[in-house]
Design a protein around this ligand. Structure first.
Ligand code: SF4
Length: 470
């Protein structure tokens, strides 16, 4: 889940849409592109009136020529000619997509089954059995990146602007630990490789969120992929635009099932259920301790884009709606069990012949401090309560009397409309969402490979109303 979505959406200065002439307005600061980030393709199909207009405006604007608000977008129409991924789109549509973009979806589906999942992630198994496609084709992803590179080269500035507070995602309803792609020759691109491609063309921080992975044989490949990825990131400053978030919350299916079994066991006097509940709790705390241990080499590092820590913890609970098992105290208790397990892993590691993570006592002390600090910082947000499954679990009286009324939730979604951000699905379709509602648009990128295939419905609350951008 996009655990940072509110910050991201709220910081992404809402770019106004001027209804009088259907021209998007932008907050784009000047950014000159490093020459080695652009690819050179023939641009002979650009109408000469467009190049003349661009040249004239650049001369008039001087150093400030990189601000798209200073241009008449209609007069730039045609600058995209010949760039395959934009076939059939006007320049205004492309500029609108770039100004609103926060997600390029690489993969659909998630096994975590969190009961608060706002995007109602289906398991990848579900998608396969229903003949859906669940991954972008690498060729389409590369064409998208190359298309924007070429457009930036023709403009001679970054169409995505330079707002440091904007972060981008490569996921919507998937856990990032599962995301990777292969090209036609079988070469694998992990999350850092794919993120670097997007960073190079946008200059934005790219987020990586995970709720961990299981420790069974099936998930050993994920463990290895994550260890390799973290080594790659810490041993090179090429990837310091990334931010990793570890998500700890009581809504994960494993922890949630343990709460349910515990409650049933106690009310039925059923020892078996209570034992099973404890076992599931151990499985959950083991996997969370493992993900923290695996990502520990990132602790204390800063990313270069906006200097946030590269590793953050997103901890959620029902702070204002106390439902047993899901409260602040419950999450603090489970956090404390996880901290003990991480410390154990550190001690085992430091005593091993070739320690992977802990090299000395000061390092361990600092890591433990950062983890305790991160896991005690608990967040609660009204968006948690817009999920139907979670609402059904809660005492609705409590919710409506003491927390948010239905109209408050409705207002939240309404207000959010001003903060809608854009998402490109794996088949090239572009949607707008405020994380409470989602709308289709008339923009579809020219992806070659998944055009005719269905994808799982983009959630939350996909509406029928089409947003039309001219
Ligand atoms: S099921 Fe959980 S981890 Fe997966 S996308 Fe939803 S909230 Fe994120």
């Amino acid at each position: 889940m996009k655990v940072n979505f509110v910050n991201n959406a709220w910081c992404n200065s809402p770019l106004k849409y001027d209804n009088s002439n259907n021209t998007p307005k932008y907050n784009v600061r000047y950014l000159s592109l490093p020459k080695d980030t652009v690819s050179f393709q023939k641009s002979s199909e650009i109408p000469s009136k467009v190049t003349t207009y661009l040249k004239q405006r650049k001369e008039e604007l001087g150093k400030f020529y990189g601000d798209l608000t200073s241009y008449d977008l209609e007069k730039l129409d045609g600058i995209q000619n010949g760039i395959e991924i934009f076939d059939g789109l006007s320049f205004s549509q492309i500029a609108y997509l770039a100004s609103k973009l926060d997600t390029v979806v690489i993969q659909r589906g998630c096994d975590n089954g969190c009961i608060y999942c706002y995007c109602d992630a289906k398991t990848p198994f579900y998608m396969k059995t229903n003949h859906y496609t669940d991954k972008i084709d690498f060729e389409d992803y590369k064409n998208l990146i190359d298309g924007f590179k070429e457009l930036n080269r023709r403009l001679d500035f970054n169409i995505f602007g330079q707002n440091e507070n904007v972060s981008l995602f490569l996921f919507n309803d998937a856990d990032c630990s599962t995301i990777y792609l292969e090209d036609k020759d079988g070469k694998t691109y992990d999350y850092a490789d794919l993120a670097k491609m997007l960073y190079d063309v946008t200059g934005k921080k790219i987020l990586f969120d995970t709720a961990g992975w299981n420790l069974n044989d099936k998930d050993k490949k994920t463990q290895k992929r994550m260890e390799d990825l973290i080594q790659k990131v810490v041993n090179s400053d090429k990837y310091d635009f990334l931010q990793f978030n570890i998500s700890l919350n009581p809504f994960h299916s494993i922890y949630n099932r343990s709460v349910e079994l515990q409650k049933e066991g106690i009310s039925e006097g059923n020892e078996e259920k209570i034992k099973k509940a404890q076992k599931l709790r151990e499985i959950y705390t083991d996997r969370m301790a493992n993900v923290i241990f695996t990502f520990s080499p990132l602790i204390g590092r800063k990313n270069s884009v906006c200097h946030d820590h590269m590793l953050e913890f997103i901890v959620r609970a029902l702070v204002k709606t106390p439902v047993d098992g899901y409260t602040r105290n419950d999450i603090l208790k489970i956090g404390s069990e996880i901290v003990d397990k991480v410390e154990n892993l550190y001690d085992q590691d430091s005593m091993s012949e070739h320690p992977k993570v802990i090299k000395n006592k000061i390092q361990k002390k600092y890591y433990m401090f950062r983890i305790r600090f991160g896991l005690a910082d608990i967040d609660s947000n009204p968006i948690l309560l817009t999920n139907k499954k979670l609402l059904n679990k809660l005492d609705k009286e409590t919710v409506t009397k003491t927390l948010y009324t239905k109209s408050e939730l409705f207002n939240f979604a309404e207000e959010g409309k001003d903060f809608m951000t854009g998402l490109i699905d794996i088949n090239g379709k572009f949607y707008m969402t405020n994380y409470a509602e989602t709308y289709p648009t008339n923009i579809t990128l020219n992806y070659k490979n998944n055009k005719s295939k269905a994808t799982a419905k983009i959630e939350p609350n996909l509406r029928d109303t089409l947003i039309t951008i001219k």
